[in-house]
Design a protein. Structure first.
Length: 69
């Protein structure tokens, strides 16, 4: 993990609507992962889209564990 490539992202839990800051590692490119909500501990599905051309963060999608992206 490259600390220079860590981006802070404002997130809202899809279960309890708690707001929190999430760290996104843009050095691994586009990826899907899971993050537990710091408030209610529910598993949040995270899909990160990184531009293959510029390497910039394009989109972050959050969903419940049974959502299909």
């Amino acid at each position: 993990m490259n600390e220079e490539m860590l981006l802070s992202w404002p997130a809202t839990c899809p279960y309890c609507d708690a707001s929190f800051e999430m760290l996104i590692d843009s050095s691994v490119g586009s990826h899907a992962t899971w993050e537990d909500c710091p408030q209610c501990c529910a598993p949040i599905q995270v899909r990160v889209t990184i531009s293959p051309f510029s390497g910039e963060l394009e989109d972050v999608m959050l969903g419940q564990d049974d959502d299909v992206f």
